[in-house]
Ligand binder design. Structure first.
Ligand SMILES: [Zn+2]
Length: 69
């Protein structure tokens, strides 16, 4: 099931929500729709899209391109 984790940009509340097609996700605390979706199902800490992830170089993010090493 597509369980996604969100953080409210307005109040900072973190919550999980089952998202189906057409589902409008709102913050349960303040009803704001300005949400940042966090990746919770892959074990990453934090939600930044930085190139600091292991194995990637920022260009390919997979550790296999010519600039990786
Ligand atoms: Zn909120």
């Amino acid at each position: 099931m597509p369980l996604r984790e969100f953080q409210c940009i307005n109040c900072g509340e973190k919550f999980e929500e089952l998202v189906r097609n057409g589902t409008k996700v709102v913050c349960p605390k303040c009803n704001s729709q300005e949400l940042e979706s966090l990746i919770s199902s892959f074990g990453f800490k934090g939600s930044t899209k930085s190139s600091a992830m292991q194995g990637g170089c920022g260009t390919c993010a997979g550790g296999h391109c010519s600039t990786c090493h």
